[in-house]
Design a protein around this ligand. Structure first.
Ligand code: HEM
Length: 154
């Protein structure tokens, strides 16, 4: 079952995915504009990032039928040198987005509680509260998502 908030506002599964789509799109847009963290995204494929982030959030919100096909959090953020301060900055951007979409307190804290435990796998520099740090040269981005094959003409 999907988080009751999403289930309440949109009963049908396809619409529910559209809700997650807008929330995550707005969140990803905020993160990419945020100078405290956006250096880390310089080498990454934005299409892969938003696609996989959407699926990750849908799974975290218990959306029926949601499937996450990206890397686990440790591998996805390996050699990225993410500081604790940068993790907090991204979490702040997420809270701002959820507030803009008027997600009620209960569902907001449920989603944040699901994402909180990822901190230990994502942060490479615990206790370091700096933000805007450079992407280390040895970071290797994941392969870009392949574009879908065009429909065959009949
Ligand atoms: C709030 C907790 C976070 C969650 C839930 C999260 C989740 C994700 C997910 C699901 C992916 C996609 C993995 C894939 O495509 O295989 C990803 C990739 C990425 N994340 Fe995060 N992330 C978080 C925090 C951060 C922070 C704090 C930073 C940097 C400041 C960051 C930087 C990145 C980058 C650059 C990628 C692309 C990696 C690549 O191209 O290989 N993330 N993240």
């Amino acid at each position: 079952m999907c988080s009751p908030f999403y289930a309440r506002i949109e009963a049908s599964t396809s619409r529910l995915f559209i809700v997650a789509f807008f929330v995550v799109d707005s969140f990803a847009g905020k993160v990419l504009k945020d100078d405290r963290v956006n250096k880390k995204f310089a080498k990454s494929d934005p299409n892969r990032l938003t696609t996989n982030l959407k699926a990750f959030v849908e799974v975290a919100a218990h959306c029926a039928g949601a499937k996450y096909k990206g890397k686990n959090m440790k591998n996805a953020h390996k050699n990225m040198g993410v500081t604790e301060g940068e993790f907090k900055a991204v979490a702040e951007d997420l809270v701002k987005t959820l507030d803009e979409f008027k997600v009620p307190e209960k569902e907001k804290s449920e989603l944040l509680a699901a994402i909180g435990p990822t901190q230990k796998d994502i942060v490479g520099k615990p206790g370091n509260m700096m933000t805007g740090t450079d992407l280390p040269a040895n970071f290797k981005p994941a392969a870009p998502l392949k574009a879908k094959a065009p429909m065959k003409k009949m």
